[in-house]
Structure formats: structure tokens, C-alpha cells
Design a binder for this molecule. Structure first.
Ligand code: FES
Length: 106
């Protein structure tokens, strides 16, 4: 599977913004930070909170329910060892955001 068009306009994801897109059964959290654009599995592995509603800081997102921190670049949980979320390659093409659900970006 190649990159898929999320059909989310680049302009809908401003700097320091986040958004959840649904593609099939997948819920993907999209984040734009000073370091770039990131795509992660949007469901927190603890109890399923929507991570795109979390607080973004220093390249990580803090889960809005119980404050686990996940690094956006590789999905590593920063406060619970061995917990990891899936990250996806993401890029912008012709004004929209595309992701590849097959490849883990980390
Ligand atoms: S649901 Fe995310 S830390 Fe509990």
C-alpha cells in the first residue's frame, strides 16, 4: 500500500495544531510542530484516549486522560517503559496530507 490521501488540507493543520483522521478502521493523529509533521496511532494504549486532544510539548504529546507522554517521532512512551505506539510516514502533496499506514516511521 502506498501513501493515502487523508483529504485533510494542509491549511487545516496549522503550526502547533493536531487533528484526527479516520481511514478504514484506523484513527490517525496528525500533529504539526516546530519539528515538522507527525502521524501516530491516535488511540492511547492505556485506556484509549484520543491523543490528538493531548498537550504537545518538546516533541511529545501528553495523553489527555492520565498524562502518559508519547514522543511523536517514534511513538515511545516516555514515562512507561516498553510501551510504544505506532507512527506512520506522513507528507504533504499538493496542499493535502498523505500518510502510509503500512510503514512504521520509527
Ligand atoms: S488513556 Fe492515555 S494515559 Fe490513560
Amino acid at each position: 500500500m502506498a501513501f493515502l490521501n487523508t483529504e485533510l488540507a494542509s491549511t487545516a493543520l496549522p503550526s502547533n495544531g493536531s487533528f484526527c483522521v479516520k481511514i478504514g478502521a484506523a484513527q490517525v493523529g496528525l500533529f504539526r510542530t516546530a519539528e515538522g509533521l507527525f502521524a501516530i496511532d491516535n488511540l492511547c494504549p492505556h485506556r484509549g484516549a484520543p491523543l490528538h486532544d493531548g498537550f504537545v510539548h518538546n516533541g511529545a504529546v501528553t495523553c489527555p486522560w492520565h498524562q502518559w507522554d508519547f514522543r511523536l517521532s517514534d511513538g515511545a512512551c516516555l514515562n512507561v517503559p516498553k510501551v510504544q505506539i505506532t507512527t506512520y510516514p506522513v507528507e504533504e502533496r499538493d496542499g493535502t496530507i498523505w500518510i502510509n499506514l503500512e510503514k512504521d516511521a520509527s
